[in-house]
Write a new protein. Structure first.
Length: 441
């Protein structure tokens, strides 16, 4: 099968990029012909079709000049350069299926129009809440918020969720316009890594009949388990407000003095969190900064428990799957998709968010009884081998592909061409001369 993966970034800057890269590698090893489309970036490796990639554009920090701001806004709404480049790749590679990831802002749904013209089936892994929430995180100034899910994307402008009127207006306009023109209609299936995310999309009216649950995966052959008890606890992730690391540090005040906390990661709150730890629990918290995957997994295996104290709606965080693969139980908050991962009393515990005393009560049994923690970690490893192993994931993804291909062939036979039979408006804006020429080839 010829598979084209699409993501705006093509270097491993986060979980989305790591997932797309790892899935493509699985498919390549299985004998599929796989390639990528994305944005030019100095951190990219060499790609087969990089000559057709749109130019790099940055939204963080935003440009200062009015011209730069207008250019960014136009790129967010509808990128003709991305659509043109994607059209060239489709012409040459001729994929059987296209697997989309994060295309917002830098690519825009403009790239979906060439797919629709050709009738090429497409699936999209929904890595965040962007299709329902303009800020993509269900956060309003650091606090959980679902106003846009039920009240529409212009709530983001009213609340100024992006921190400024200009950025909030741009994000709200982007989501509103793309909904108005049904820009994501060419996607046949939306793969959601948690029921929570799927329910958010359904509540927001995002193609409810096309939503399918699909777990992520962890390489259980590379990430090996520990078979001995560990000590203390580990947090792995970005050091930012929504991750609840401050709550975890405050919880450490209530835990035995011999218990040590290790924090791996970096972010805007690091200095503040280091000061808080020194003030409340001096000498009992070590900040390791960003670690590569090997050192991260070694750190997890050295601990009795991994803690995910998030105060926002996590989707299906890689940190939990990594902890389970390392045979370590997880204490997590009841936020987003986390309760779908952790079975209390079996492979971890669940607690209410923002409650340091309750979090400490949940962590205490693990650090006081490392042998019991290790036994629960073995249950976690069993779960990850059964549900999140690469072979399991690859087979499930191929089933999605085959189902979409079968549906597309059926529609083509019924309609006598490759256009959809449900009347979706897939071509909201008139093509300019350049686009007409490209699509006439």
């Amino acid at each position: 099968m010829r598979i084209l993966h699409v993501n705006k970034f093509l270097h491993r800057r986060g979980g989305t990029e790591a997932y797309a890269d790892d899935l493509a590698q699985l498919q390549h090893v299985a004998g599929h012909d796989v390639t990528f489309f994305g944005m030019h970036h100095p951190d990219n490796e060499t790609y087969q079709y990089e000559r057709s990639f749109p130019a790099e554009i940055s939204f963080t920090p935003p440009p200062r000049s009015p011209v730069g701001k207008l250019k960014n806004l136009g790129r967010m709404m509808w990128s003709t350069s991305a659509a043109r480049g994607f059209d060239e790749v489709l012409d040459d590679f001729k994929p059987d299926i296209v697997h989309l990831h994060n295309i917002y802002h830098q690519l825009s749904p403009s790239i979906l129009r060439p797919l629709a013209y050709r009738g090429i089936p497409a699936v999209m892994t929904v890595h965040d809440y962007k299709l329902a929430c303009p800020t993509s995180q269900l956060l309003d100034h650091g606090k959980p918020c679902t106003a846009c899910v039920t009240g529409g994307p212009m709530q983001a402008l009213r609340k100024r969720c992006n921190g400024s009127l200009t950025r909030s207006a741009a994000a709200a306009l982007e989501t509103t316009l793309h909904r108005k023109v049904n820009a994501y209609a060419p996607i046949h299936r939306f793969l959601c890594p948690s029921w929570f995310l799927a329910d958010v999309m359904r509540s927001a009216g995002v193609y409810p009949d096309r939503l399918h649950l699909q777990d992520n995966f962890i390489d259980t052959e590379v990430v090996f388990p520990s078979h001995v008890p560990g000590e203390g606890a580990v947090f792995v992730g970005r050091l930012s407000q929504e991750k609840g690391v401050d709550v975890l540090i405050r919880a450490w005040e209530h835990l035995p003095a011999k218990a040590h906390l290790h924090i791996a990661g970096d972010g805007p709150q690091r200095n503040e969190l280091e000061r808080l730890a020194e003030q409340l629990v001096p000498g009992r918290v070590t900040f390791h900064g960003n670690l590569d995957s090997t050192k991260t997994h070694d750190l997890m295996r050295s601990a009795a428990v991994v803690v995910v104290p998030s105060v926002w709606h996590e989707n299906q965080p890689l940190a939990v799957l990594e902890a389970f693969a390392c045979a370590r139980p997880v204490v997590a908050t009841r936020m987003g998709g986390l309760p779908e991962l952790v079975d209390p009393g079996v492979d971890g515990e669940l607690v209410a968010p923002r409650d340091s005393a309750t979090l400490a009560d949940a962590i205490r049994p693990f650090v006081l009884d490392p042998a019991r923690a290790a036994a629960m970690g073995q249950a976690a490893r069993t779960k990850v081998e059964r549900r999140f192993a690469p072979a399991v994931h690859a087979a499930a993804i191929e089933e999605h592909y085959q189902a979409v291909l079968a549906d597309q062939h059926g529609h083509a036979a019924d309609a006598g061409d490759t256009q959809p039979a449900d009347g979706d408006n897939w071509f909201p804006w008139p093509a300019d001369d350049e686009d007409r020429a490209a699509n006439a080839r």
